[in-house]
Design a protein. Structure first.
Lengths: 388, 262
């Protein structure tokens, strides 16, 4: 049966081939154990590093591969086919690295990007706080200029790879009275004085990923750790998320594909009423919807990622669409995959129960899907106001 | 440390099927892979190179398609690759194969270390490694399951599997090792190496290129001939014993006695 042709070039095909091989040979055999034992996947991090994956989005001059949003999506889709928990660790390093790539000085890029590209150091992104989730502007962490230093105070919540990463992009308020223009972004390193980590959270899914609090207690960092200009904190955060969100959509596509593959394999062999359950039209229709929706999401994510790579400026709406559609799809498809498999699907002996648990996070982090709808809605309102 | 790793392209025996009538392997639809133990030899070579510098050259003798095995090895990080391919090499047994590999290695330039897999999963002779060492006049250490380089890489401390367990062997270079699958975990390919591998020009050497004597290669150089291959018949009969547990046990004991097993 013919497959949709996405006209990948040779390099892109290679990325798919390599990440598919890693998912099959390295991730799938260990994913259940990592999930059950909530074990951080250091061995796999080493494999990703060996495979040059951490540098996929980083330009060659800084030791990377020079790929764009689309190349990242291809890799994330295949890796998430293996495990969304493990892939979250990979994606988080890119999320922590993007602010440096997009807004860093040449000095800062030279200092941090080669280590991130080589996978020698993981990066992380710290925006969320206990009182500031969807409402990012409500953050309370402050940064005050003192001579040649910035001094940071406050705490961040639910930071992916907290404690494991070495390089953190932290958003903190520098001039509260300036409102949205009052935040700035900083690079904080593990080991900086006054910087520490909370305990690892226990989670519904992506349990191999580490999620912790960050504490900044008179954390003193040199002046040159400011990213971009003072006051650009939220702009940096939003641009970073715009760049990364299609990747979360791509993870949804990979995850959903994996769940459907499992469901079909099972349905072809499970006999009830004297026939394989796939012979029932009720099951076939569920599978047909899954396959169609997965392909639609893939086409959308790919098209948007490619559009972003052309260098467009105002990408917030498109980026939100890619995340919204593909991750809602992944939640539905993984839920239906469990349904197709019945009680077997609910058992931990089969991988789809973990897939359903893992799918949920994709609708929450990097902005809930309600927030994605807000972004799209606000963009529409603006666009149509211009047309009026 | 300059290293030559000898690899072989083999059919993926996990997916292989046989034509029972002809007694041959059905090659269609069967994937060709690098002989699995050879991947461990390659990994050993790559990590020694990463540690001590030098280069890893992969060498294979095979049909033109065997080039893809070499590209896979380059994707894993090997520095150079050489394909020995010539109709005159066809149907070589292990005697002719070791001679051909010897001539090629002499042309490459003698390395300090040669690594092979323990055996090829298709022919399963385990002769090529030690045979090649014999032709070179080098020692060979087979079934290597652990390598530690000591004295700055001048000596290797080797763990070698034997029937009762393992023994530790110290070897000076040059030496040939055959690597066991428990030696290491092969790495994954890298994007940059894959790019290089895709573009690499892999030299193809004929028997003339390596100065091999025609009567020592291929079928003319092979005293071993394959007479025929067949799939061993597997016959198992199943019988369900009936009756109460006691009756079943009696019937079972009777059956075992009849067949002389007890
Ligand atoms: C496992 C995990 C990893 C994470 N990793 C990171 C990380 O690495 N870095 C980081 O900075 N953050 C991280 N986060 C935080 C994540 O981005 C936030 O959880 C997310 O943005 C939502 O914030 P919240 O959880 O506080 O939900 P809330 O903002 O409290 O939202 C609660 C509900 O209200 C809805 N809601 C809120 N505001 C609106 C609105 N205006 N309109 C409509 N609905 C609304 C939400 O959609 C949601 O349904 C992580 C979270 C988790 C769970």
């Amino acid at each position: 049966m013919a497959e949709v042709n996405y006209f990948l070039n040779e390099e892109q095909q290679m990325i798919v081939e390599l990440t598919r091989q890693i998912a099959r040979e390295k991730i799938i055999p260990v994913r259940a154990r990592l999930d059950e034992q909530e074990e951080f996947p250091w061995d796999l991090v080493k494999d990703f590093a060996q495979a040059d994956l951490f540098g996929l989005f980083i330009p060659e001059e800084f030791g990377g591969f020079g790929g764009g949003c689309f190349e990242m999506c291809l890799a994330l889709e295949q890796l998430a086919y293996g495990c969304v928990g493990v892939t979250t660790t990979y994606a988080a390093s890119a999320l922590g690295g993007y602010p440096i790539l997009l807004f860093g000085t040449d000095e800062q890029k030279k200092r941090y990007l080669p280590d991130i590209a080589a996978g020698k150091k993981l990066a992380a992104f710290g925006l969320t706080e206990s009182g500031a989730g969807s409402d990012a502007a409500a953050i309370q962490t402050t940064a005050v200029e003192e001579g040649d230093y910035w001094v940071l105070n406050g705490s961040k919540q639910w930071i992916t790879s907290g404690g494991e990463a070495e390089i953190y992009t932290i958003i903190a308020m520098t001039d509260r009275h300036k409102g949205p223009r009052g935040a700035s972004a900083f690079i904080v390193e593990k080991g900086d004085p006054g910087f520490s980590f909370g305990k690892k959270e226990k989670k519904m899914g992506i349990r191999s990923s580490s999620t912790t609090e960050l504490f900044l207690d008179n954390c003193k960092i040199p002046k040159d750790r400011l990213l971009g200009r003072r006051g650009m904190g939220f702009i940096i955060a939003m641009r970073t998320l715009d760049q990364a969100r299609p990747g979360i959509g791509a993870m949804g596509v990979g995850l959903a594909q994996a769940a459907m593959d499992e469901a079909i394999k099972f349905a072809r062999h499970r006999i009830q009423f004297g026939q394989p359950v796939i012979a029932f039209q009720a099951i076939q229709h569920m599978l047909a919807d899954m396959a169609t929706e997965i392909e639609a999401a893939r086409a959308l994510v790919y098209a948007i990622a490619r559009t972003i790579d052309t260098g467009i400026k105002d990408m917030a709406k498109l980026s939100a669409m890619a995340k919204l559609f593909a991750t809602d799809m992944a939640m539905k498809v993984t839920t239906d995959a469990v349904q197709v498999m019945g009680g077997h699907g609910y058992m931990a002996d089969y991988p789809v129960e973990k897939m359903m648990r893992d799918a949920k996070i994709l609708q929450i982090y990097e902005g809930t899907n309600q927030i994605q709808r807000n972004v799209i809605g606000q963009a529409l309102n603006k666009e149509y106001a211009k047309k009026a | 440390m300059d290293i030559v790793v000898c690899i072989k392209q083999v059919p993926d025996t996990a997916t292989v099927r046989f034509d029972k009538e002809k007694g041959t392997i059905i090659r269609e639809g069967v994937q060709s892979i690098i002989n699995p133990p050879d991947l461990h030899a390659l990994e050993a070579g790559l990590s020694l190179r990463d540690q001590f510098g030098g280069k890893v050259t992969v060498l294979t003798m095979g049909p033109p398609q065997a080039e893809s095995a070499l590209r896979d090895a380059l994707s894993l990080g090997a520095d150079e690759a050489v394909l020995l391919s010539d109709r005159a090499f066809a149907a070589a047994d292990t005697l002719a194969t070791t001679y051909t590999l010897l001539k090629a290695i002499q042309k490459i330039g003698l390395p300090e270390l040669i690594l092979c897999g323990t055996h090829a999963i298709d022919g399963d002779t385990a002769q090529v490694g030690p045979g090649l060492a014999a032709r070179l006049g080098w020692p060979s250490i087979t079934q290597v399951a652990g390598i530690e380089a000591v004295e700055d890489g001048a000596k290797l401390l080797l763990k070698r599997l034997i029937d009762q367990g393992y023994e530790m062997v110290e070897a000076e270079l040059p030496v040939l090792l055959t690597c066991h699958k428990t030696l290491n975990t092969p790495r994954v390919p890298s994007l940059k190496a894959k790019m290089r591998a895709k573009k690499a020009q892999i030299p193809v050497w004929s028997h003339e290129d390596i100065g091999a004597e025609p009567d020592k290669i291929g079928i003319s150089g092979s005293p071993t001939w394959v007479d025929s291959t067949f799939v061993p018949a597997f016959e198992a009969k199943k019988e369900m014993l009936q009756g109460s547990p006691e009756e079943q046990v009696d019937a079972l004991i009777k059956r075992l006695k009849e067949s002389g097993l007890i």
